[in-house]
Design a protein around this ligand. Structure first.
Ligand SMILES: Cc1ncc(COP(=O)(O)O)c(C=O)c1O
Length: 426
Protein backbone atom coordinates (compact mmCIF):
# COMPACT_ATOMS: atom_id res chain seq x y z
CA UNK A 1 0.00 0.00 0.00
CA UNK A 2 1.58 3.31 -0.97
CA UNK A 3 2.21 5.72 1.90
CA UNK A 4 0.18 8.39 0.23
CA UNK A 5 -2.92 6.45 -0.70
CA UNK A 6 -4.94 9.22 -2.27
CA UNK A 7 -5.34 9.61 -6.01
CA UNK A 8 -2.81 12.36 -6.61
CA UNK A 9 0.49 11.78 -8.44
CA UNK A 10 2.63 14.73 -7.29
CA UNK A 11 5.12 16.52 -9.56
CA UNK A 12 8.89 16.14 -9.12
CA UNK A 13 8.16 13.55 -6.42
CA UNK A 14 9.31 9.95 -6.07
CA UNK A 15 5.99 8.71 -4.70
CA UNK A 16 7.49 5.59 -3.08
CA UNK A 17 10.05 7.35 -0.90
CA UNK A 18 8.54 10.79 -0.36
CA UNK A 19 6.91 11.53 2.98
CA UNK A 20 3.24 12.46 3.09
CA UNK A 21 2.74 15.97 1.74
CA UNK A 22 2.02 18.75 4.21
CA UNK A 23 -1.61 19.73 3.97
CA UNK A 24 -1.94 23.51 3.78
CA UNK A 25 -5.35 24.95 4.62
CA UNK A 26 -4.76 28.64 4.26
CA UNK A 27 -2.03 31.23 3.84
CA UNK A 28 -1.46 34.93 4.46
CA UNK A 29 1.47 37.04 3.32
CA UNK A 30 4.55 34.82 3.86
CA UNK A 31 2.94 32.27 6.18
CA UNK A 32 1.44 28.91 5.20
CA UNK A 33 -1.01 27.49 7.76
CA UNK A 34 -1.11 23.68 7.88
CA UNK A 35 -4.07 21.50 8.82
CA UNK A 36 -2.17 20.16 11.85
CA UNK A 37 -1.77 23.68 13.28
CA UNK A 38 1.87 24.15 12.19
CA UNK A 39 3.01 27.27 10.35
CA UNK A 40 5.69 27.69 7.71
CA UNK A 41 7.39 30.78 6.27
CA UNK A 42 7.28 30.38 2.49
CA UNK A 43 10.90 31.35 1.81
CA UNK A 44 10.79 30.14 -1.81
CA UNK A 45 7.58 31.92 -2.83
CA UNK A 46 5.96 28.53 -3.63
CA UNK A 47 8.16 27.60 -6.60
CA UNK A 48 9.06 31.25 -7.16
CA UNK A 49 5.60 32.44 -8.18
CA UNK A 50 4.33 34.39 -5.20
CA UNK A 51 5.75 37.92 -5.23
CA UNK A 52 3.31 39.95 -3.11
CA UNK A 53 2.42 37.40 -0.43
CA UNK A 54 -0.34 34.81 -0.18
CA UNK A 55 -4.00 35.84 -0.48
CA UNK A 56 -2.97 39.42 -1.20
CA UNK A 57 -6.20 41.40 -0.87
CA UNK A 58 -5.69 43.61 -3.96
CA UNK A 59 -5.19 40.61 -6.25
CA UNK A 60 -7.95 38.60 -4.53
CA UNK A 61 -10.43 41.43 -5.12
CA UNK A 62 -9.35 41.90 -8.75
CA UNK A 63 -9.95 38.20 -9.50
CA UNK A 64 -13.31 38.17 -7.67
CA UNK A 65 -14.51 41.28 -9.53
CA UNK A 66 -13.41 39.81 -12.87
CA UNK A 67 -15.07 36.44 -12.12
CA UNK A 68 -18.42 38.20 -11.75
CA UNK A 69 -18.02 39.86 -15.15
CA UNK A 70 -16.29 37.42 -17.49
CA UNK A 71 -14.46 34.26 -16.48
CA UNK A 72 -13.22 33.22 -19.91
CA UNK A 73 -13.82 33.66 -23.60
CA UNK A 74 -12.17 32.18 -26.67
CA UNK A 75 -9.14 34.35 -27.51
CA UNK A 76 -9.19 34.09 -31.30
CA UNK A 77 -11.69 36.34 -33.02
CA UNK A 78 -12.63 37.69 -29.57
CA UNK A 79 -10.84 39.82 -27.01
CA UNK A 80 -11.45 41.50 -23.64
CA UNK A 81 -10.33 44.42 -21.49
CA UNK A 82 -8.13 42.56 -18.95
CA UNK A 83 -5.94 41.21 -21.79
CA UNK A 84 -5.78 44.59 -23.55
CA UNK A 85 -4.87 46.28 -20.26
CA UNK A 86 -2.26 43.62 -19.51
CA UNK A 87 -0.57 44.05 -22.89
CA UNK A 88 -0.27 47.79 -22.18
CA UNK A 89 0.88 47.22 -18.61
CA UNK A 90 3.57 44.81 -19.74
CA UNK A 91 4.82 47.12 -22.49
CA UNK A 92 5.00 49.93 -19.91
CA UNK A 93 7.59 48.01 -17.85
CA UNK A 94 9.38 45.89 -20.47
CA UNK A 95 12.46 47.25 -22.28
CA UNK A 96 11.28 49.83 -24.83
CA UNK A 97 11.60 47.93 -28.07
CA UNK A 98 9.09 45.19 -27.15
CA UNK A 99 5.96 45.57 -29.19
CA UNK A 100 3.72 42.47 -29.16
CA UNK A 101 2.45 40.25 -26.35
CA UNK A 102 1.54 36.60 -26.99
CA UNK A 103 -0.35 34.72 -24.28
CA UNK A 104 -0.02 31.13 -23.07
CA UNK A 105 -0.40 29.27 -19.79
CA UNK A 106 2.90 28.75 -17.94
CA UNK A 107 6.67 29.11 -18.15
CA UNK A 108 7.23 26.04 -20.32
CA UNK A 109 4.64 27.13 -22.86
CA UNK A 110 6.08 30.66 -22.89
CA UNK A 111 9.40 29.02 -23.87
CA UNK A 112 7.78 26.73 -26.47
CA UNK A 113 6.13 29.77 -28.05
CA UNK A 114 9.45 31.66 -28.09
CA UNK A 115 11.28 28.77 -29.79
CA UNK A 116 8.52 28.31 -32.37
CA UNK A 117 8.39 32.06 -33.04
CA UNK A 118 12.15 32.17 -33.59
CA UNK A 119 12.19 29.14 -35.91
CA UNK A 120 9.17 30.26 -37.91
CA UNK A 121 10.63 33.78 -38.18
CA UNK A 122 13.28 32.34 -40.53
CA UNK A 123 10.96 29.84 -42.17
CA UNK A 124 8.51 32.61 -43.11
CA UNK A 125 11.33 34.44 -44.87
CA UNK A 126 12.22 31.32 -46.79
CA UNK A 127 15.53 30.97 -44.96
CA UNK A 128 15.30 27.23 -44.37
CA UNK A 129 18.88 26.72 -43.15
CA UNK A 130 18.54 28.60 -39.86
CA UNK A 131 17.29 25.87 -37.56
CA UNK A 132 19.96 25.44 -34.89
CA UNK A 133 19.50 26.78 -31.37
CA UNK A 134 22.30 27.78 -28.98
CA UNK A 135 21.67 27.36 -25.25
CA UNK A 136 23.70 27.44 -22.05
CA UNK A 137 25.05 24.46 -20.18
CA UNK A 138 23.15 23.93 -16.88
CA UNK A 139 20.07 25.58 -18.42
CA UNK A 140 16.52 24.79 -17.36
CA UNK A 141 13.61 26.09 -19.43
CA UNK A 142 10.68 23.85 -18.44
CA UNK A 143 9.35 20.33 -18.88
CA UNK A 144 7.76 20.28 -22.33
CA UNK A 145 9.72 18.81 -25.23
CA UNK A 146 11.08 22.01 -26.76
CA UNK A 147 11.96 23.38 -23.33
CA UNK A 148 13.68 20.09 -22.39
CA UNK A 149 15.58 20.11 -25.70
CA UNK A 150 17.21 23.46 -24.98
CA UNK A 151 17.99 22.50 -21.37
CA UNK A 152 21.05 20.78 -19.95
CA UNK A 153 20.80 17.07 -20.75
CA UNK A 154 20.53 15.35 -17.38
CA UNK A 155 18.56 12.83 -15.34
CA UNK A 156 15.35 14.87 -15.66
CA UNK A 157 15.18 14.46 -19.42
CA UNK A 158 17.30 11.31 -19.97
CA UNK A 159 14.24 9.13 -20.70
CA UNK A 160 13.40 11.35 -23.66
CA UNK A 161 16.89 11.93 -25.07
CA UNK A 162 16.02 10.34 -28.44
CA UNK A 163 13.03 12.62 -28.87
CA UNK A 164 14.79 15.88 -27.96
CA UNK A 165 16.05 18.00 -30.84
CA UNK A 166 19.73 18.79 -31.24
CA UNK A 167 20.97 21.98 -29.64
CA UNK A 168 24.45 23.54 -29.33
CA UNK A 169 25.26 24.05 -25.67
CA UNK A 170 27.93 26.54 -24.62
CA UNK A 171 29.37 27.29 -21.17
CA UNK A 172 28.05 30.33 -19.31
CA UNK A 173 30.66 33.08 -19.72
CA UNK A 174 32.64 34.43 -16.79
CA UNK A 175 35.86 36.39 -16.35
CA UNK A 176 37.99 33.25 -16.72
CA UNK A 177 36.43 31.68 -19.81
CA UNK A 178 34.98 34.65 -21.71
CA UNK A 179 37.48 34.49 -24.60
CA UNK A 180 36.97 30.77 -25.06
CA UNK A 181 33.15 31.09 -24.91
CA UNK A 182 33.11 33.97 -27.41
CA UNK A 183 35.28 31.86 -29.72
CA UNK A 184 32.91 28.90 -29.44
CA UNK A 185 29.83 31.10 -29.88
CA UNK A 186 31.33 32.86 -32.90
CA UNK A 187 32.31 29.53 -34.50
CA UNK A 188 28.72 28.30 -34.14
CA UNK A 189 27.28 31.55 -35.45
CA UNK A 190 29.64 31.47 -38.44
CA UNK A 191 28.07 28.21 -39.59
CA UNK A 192 25.12 30.40 -40.69
CA UNK A 193 22.58 27.89 -39.40
CA UNK A 194 21.76 29.44 -36.03
CA UNK A 195 18.17 30.56 -35.59
CA UNK A 196 18.28 31.65 -31.97
CA UNK A 197 20.17 31.84 -28.69
CA UNK A 198 18.16 31.16 -25.53
CA UNK A 199 19.37 31.94 -22.02
CA UNK A 200 18.26 32.56 -18.45
CA UNK A 201 19.73 36.02 -17.88
CA UNK A 202 21.92 36.49 -14.77
CA UNK A 203 20.53 33.54 -12.76
CA UNK A 204 20.18 29.92 -13.83
CA UNK A 205 17.50 28.89 -11.36
CA UNK A 206 16.80 25.16 -11.40
CA UNK A 207 20.40 24.51 -12.49
CA UNK A 208 21.47 25.48 -8.95
CA UNK A 209 20.96 29.26 -8.67
CA UNK A 210 24.14 29.74 -10.68
CA UNK A 211 24.79 33.42 -11.37
CA UNK A 212 26.72 35.24 -14.04
CA UNK A 213 27.54 38.85 -14.65
CA UNK A 214 25.61 41.01 -17.14
CA UNK A 215 28.95 42.18 -18.55
CA UNK A 216 29.88 38.81 -20.04
CA UNK A 217 26.38 37.93 -21.22
CA UNK A 218 26.32 41.33 -22.95
CA UNK A 219 29.44 40.40 -24.91
CA UNK A 220 27.67 37.30 -26.31
CA UNK A 221 24.52 39.30 -27.04
CA UNK A 222 26.48 41.86 -29.03
CA UNK A 223 28.00 39.05 -31.14
CA UNK A 224 24.48 37.67 -31.64
CA UNK A 225 23.11 41.10 -32.62
CA UNK A 226 25.89 41.65 -35.19
CA UNK A 227 25.10 38.27 -36.71
CA UNK A 228 21.33 38.60 -36.76
CA UNK A 229 20.73 35.79 -34.24
CA UNK A 230 17.41 36.00 -32.39
CA UNK A 231 18.04 36.33 -28.66
CA UNK A 232 15.48 34.79 -26.31
CA UNK A 233 15.63 35.80 -22.65
CA UNK A 234 13.88 33.25 -20.48
CA UNK A 235 12.81 35.50 -17.62
CA UNK A 236 10.21 33.08 -16.28
CA UNK A 237 12.04 33.14 -12.93
CA UNK A 238 13.98 36.42 -13.09
CA UNK A 239 11.07 38.61 -14.19
CA UNK A 240 9.02 41.03 -12.08
CA UNK A 241 11.62 42.38 -9.68
CA UNK A 242 13.48 39.23 -8.67
CA UNK A 243 16.92 40.52 -9.63
CA UNK A 244 16.40 43.98 -8.13
CA UNK A 245 15.16 45.50 -11.39
CA UNK A 246 11.86 44.75 -13.14
CA UNK A 247 13.62 42.32 -15.50
CA UNK A 248 17.11 40.82 -15.57
CA UNK A 249 17.29 42.22 -19.12
CA UNK A 250 17.24 45.70 -17.54
CA UNK A 251 20.78 44.98 -16.31
CA UNK A 252 21.90 44.35 -19.93
CA UNK A 253 22.94 46.84 -22.60
CA UNK A 254 21.91 44.51 -25.44
CA UNK A 255 18.20 43.68 -25.18
CA UNK A 256 16.68 40.34 -26.28
CA UNK A 257 14.31 40.06 -29.25
CA UNK A 258 11.96 37.73 -27.37
CA UNK A 259 11.27 37.47 -23.66
CA UNK A 260 9.47 34.65 -21.80
CA UNK A 261 7.50 35.51 -18.66
CA UNK A 262 5.37 33.58 -16.18
CA UNK A 263 5.65 32.71 -12.44
CA UNK A 264 5.49 36.13 -10.67
CA UNK A 265 3.33 37.70 -13.36
CA UNK A 266 0.04 37.03 -11.56
CA UNK A 267 1.55 37.35 -8.09
CA UNK A 268 1.28 33.58 -7.84
CA UNK A 269 -2.52 33.46 -8.11
CA UNK A 270 -3.20 32.11 -11.61
CA UNK A 271 -1.22 30.24 -14.29
CA UNK A 272 -0.21 32.54 -17.14
CA UNK A 273 2.60 32.61 -19.68
CA UNK A 274 3.68 35.52 -21.85
CA UNK A 275 6.03 35.63 -24.80
CA UNK A 276 6.76 39.22 -25.79
CA UNK A 277 8.57 40.10 -29.00
CA UNK A 278 9.77 43.03 -31.05
CA UNK A 279 8.15 44.42 -34.17
CA UNK A 280 10.89 42.85 -36.27
CA UNK A 281 9.81 39.36 -35.14
CA UNK A 282 6.11 40.09 -35.50
CA UNK A 283 6.52 41.54 -39.00
CA UNK A 284 7.78 38.21 -40.33
CA UNK A 285 4.34 36.75 -39.54
CA UNK A 286 2.27 39.74 -40.67
CA UNK A 287 1.12 38.87 -44.18
CA UNK A 288 -1.89 38.20 -46.33
CA UNK A 289 -0.46 34.72 -46.82
CA UNK A 290 -2.11 32.26 -44.36
CA UNK A 291 0.91 29.97 -44.29
CA UNK A 292 2.82 32.70 -42.41
CA UNK A 293 0.35 32.64 -39.51
CA UNK A 294 1.61 31.67 -36.06
CA UNK A 295 -0.54 28.57 -35.49
CA UNK A 296 -0.19 28.27 -31.74
CA UNK A 297 -2.74 28.68 -28.97
CA UNK A 298 -4.13 27.00 -25.86
CA UNK A 299 -7.74 26.72 -24.75
CA UNK A 300 -7.16 28.99 -21.74
CA UNK A 301 -5.04 31.51 -23.64
CA UNK A 302 -5.56 35.05 -22.37
CA UNK A 303 -7.77 33.88 -19.51
CA UNK A 304 -9.46 37.03 -18.10
CA UNK A 305 -9.06 35.95 -14.46
CA UNK A 306 -5.32 35.41 -14.96
CA UNK A 307 -5.05 38.77 -16.78
CA UNK A 308 -6.95 40.55 -13.97
CA UNK A 309 -4.57 39.01 -11.42
CA UNK A 310 -1.56 40.06 -13.52
CA UNK A 311 -2.82 43.64 -13.89
CA UNK A 312 -3.29 43.90 -10.13
CA UNK A 313 0.10 42.31 -9.47
CA UNK A 314 1.92 44.69 -11.85
CA UNK A 315 0.09 47.60 -10.17
CA UNK A 316 1.51 46.45 -6.82
CA UNK A 317 4.97 45.94 -8.31
CA UNK A 318 5.01 49.59 -9.41
CA UNK A 319 4.29 50.96 -5.91
CA UNK A 320 7.12 52.67 -3.97
CA UNK A 321 6.35 50.28 -1.10
CA UNK A 322 7.20 47.26 -3.24
CA UNK A 323 10.35 48.91 -4.61
CA UNK A 324 11.45 49.65 -1.04
CA UNK A 325 10.76 46.05 0.04
CA UNK A 326 12.82 44.66 -2.85
CA UNK A 327 15.70 46.95 -1.86
CA UNK A 328 15.31 45.98 1.82
CA UNK A 329 15.46 42.24 1.00
CA UNK A 330 18.55 42.73 -1.17
CA UNK A 331 20.26 44.71 1.61
CA UNK A 332 19.41 42.16 4.32
CA UNK A 333 20.66 39.35 2.07
CA UNK A 334 23.94 41.25 1.60
CA UNK A 335 24.44 41.60 5.37
CA UNK A 336 23.70 37.93 5.97
CA UNK A 337 25.93 36.84 3.07
CA UNK A 338 28.80 38.81 4.57
CA UNK A 339 28.18 37.35 8.03
CA UNK A 340 28.29 33.71 6.99
CA UNK A 341 30.71 33.78 4.10
CA UNK A 342 33.71 32.82 6.31
CA UNK A 343 32.13 29.50 7.30
CA UNK A 344 34.22 26.60 5.99
CA UNK A 345 31.11 24.51 5.29
CA UNK A 346 30.18 27.09 2.65
CA UNK A 347 31.70 26.87 -0.81
CA UNK A 348 30.15 30.04 -2.21
CA UNK A 349 27.49 32.62 -1.41
CA UNK A 350 25.79 34.19 -4.43
CA UNK A 351 23.27 36.99 -4.60
CA UNK A 352 21.28 38.76 -7.26
CA UNK A 353 18.64 41.14 -5.89
CA UNK A 354 16.12 39.21 -3.79
CA UNK A 355 17.73 35.83 -4.53
CA UNK A 356 20.36 34.54 -2.12
CA UNK A 357 22.05 31.19 -2.79
CA UNK A 358 24.41 29.41 -0.43
CA UNK A 359 26.34 26.52 -1.92
CA UNK A 360 27.43 24.08 0.76
CA UNK A 361 30.86 22.56 0.75
CA UNK A 362 29.84 18.90 0.63
CA UNK A 363 32.07 15.99 -0.41
CA UNK A 364 29.50 14.98 -2.96
CA UNK A 365 29.41 17.16 -6.07
CA UNK A 366 26.76 19.76 -6.69
CA UNK A 367 23.72 17.86 -7.86
CA UNK A 368 19.99 17.82 -7.29
CA UNK A 369 20.40 14.43 -5.60
CA UNK A 370 23.11 15.49 -3.16
CA UNK A 371 22.46 13.73 0.19
CA UNK A 372 22.40 17.04 2.03
CA UNK A 373 19.21 18.06 0.24
CA UNK A 374 16.68 15.99 2.21
CA UNK A 375 18.45 16.58 5.52
CA UNK A 376 18.41 20.32 4.98
CA UNK A 377 14.82 20.40 3.68
CA UNK A 378 13.54 18.54 6.76
CA UNK A 379 15.68 20.59 9.14
CA UNK A 380 14.17 23.85 7.86
CA UNK A 381 10.62 22.47 7.93
CA UNK A 382 11.12 21.51 11.58
CA UNK A 383 12.05 25.19 12.16
CA UNK A 384 8.82 26.31 10.48
CA UNK A 385 10.48 27.39 7.23
CA UNK A 386 9.88 26.19 3.70
CA UNK A 387 13.24 26.15 1.93
CA UNK A 388 13.70 23.65 -0.90
CA UNK A 389 17.45 23.28 -1.51
CA UNK A 390 18.60 22.37 -5.00
CA UNK A 391 21.00 19.60 -3.94
CA UNK A 392 23.69 21.32 -1.88
CA UNK A 393 22.48 24.81 -2.82
CA UNK A 394 20.25 26.39 -0.18
CA UNK A 395 18.53 29.46 -1.56
CA UNK A 396 16.07 32.09 -0.37
CA UNK A 397 13.63 33.70 -2.81
CA UNK A 398 10.92 35.25 -0.62
CA UNK A 399 7.72 37.11 -1.44
CA UNK A 400 8.47 40.85 -1.47
CA UNK A 401 6.15 41.48 1.49
CA UNK A 402 8.43 39.53 3.83
CA UNK A 403 9.34 41.34 7.06
CA UNK A 404 12.85 41.84 8.44
CA UNK A 405 11.82 39.64 11.38
CA UNK A 406 10.83 36.79 9.06
CA UNK A 407 14.03 37.18 7.06
CA UNK A 408 16.06 36.97 10.25
CA UNK A 409 14.23 33.83 11.30
CA UNK A 410 15.26 32.29 7.95
CA UNK A 411 18.87 33.47 8.27
CA UNK A 412 19.07 32.11 11.83
CA UNK A 413 17.74 28.75 10.69
CA UNK A 414 20.27 28.57 7.85
CA UNK A 415 23.17 29.56 10.11
CA UNK A 416 21.99 26.98 12.66
CA UNK A 417 21.74 24.27 10.01
CA UNK A 418 25.41 24.51 9.02
CA UNK A 419 26.97 22.70 12.01
CA UNK A 420 24.05 20.24 12.06
CA UNK A 421 24.44 19.33 8.37
CA UNK A 422 28.25 19.23 8.53
CA UNK A 423 28.07 16.90 11.51
CA UNK A 424 25.48 14.62 9.85
CA UNK A 425 27.52 14.33 6.68
CA UNK A 426 30.91 13.73 8.27
C1 LIG B 1 13.82 29.81 -16.22
C2 LIG B 1 12.60 28.95 -16.27
N1 LIG B 1 11.98 28.74 -17.45
C3 LIG B 1 10.88 27.99 -17.54
C4 LIG B 1 10.35 27.37 -16.43
C5 LIG B 1 9.11 26.52 -16.58
O1 LIG B 1 8.03 27.16 -16.00
P1 LIG B 1 6.71 26.31 -15.62
O2 LIG B 1 7.11 25.49 -14.44
O3 LIG B 1 5.71 27.37 -15.27
O4 LIG B 1 6.34 25.53 -16.80
C6 LIG B 1 10.96 27.54 -15.19
C7 LIG B 1 10.43 26.89 -14.00
O5 LIG B 1 11.04 26.77 -12.98
C8 LIG B 1 12.12 28.36 -15.11
O6 LIG B 1 12.75 28.56 -13.94
Amino acid sequence: MPKDDNAIWYPFTQMKTAGAPIHIESAKNCTLFAADGKEYIDAVSSWWVNIHGHTNSVITKAIAAQAKKLEHVIFAGFTHTPAIDLSKNLLSILPNHFNKIFFSDNGSTAVEVALKMALQFWHNQNIKTKTNIIAFEDAYHGDTFGAMSVAERNVFNAAFSKQLFKVSHIPVPNENNIDEVVKKFTALVNKQNVAAFIFEPLVQGAGGMKMHSAKYLDILLSVAAKNNIICIADEVMTGFGRTGKNFASDHLKNKPDIICLSKGITGGFMPLGITACTKKIFNAFYAADNTKTFYHGHSYTGNPLACAAANASIGLLKTPKCTAQIAMIAEQHRFFAKNISGNNFIKEVRQQGTILAIELNTKENTSYFNAVRDLAYNYYLAQGILLRPLGNVVYIMPPYCITKKELHKIYTAIAGSLPYLKNKLS
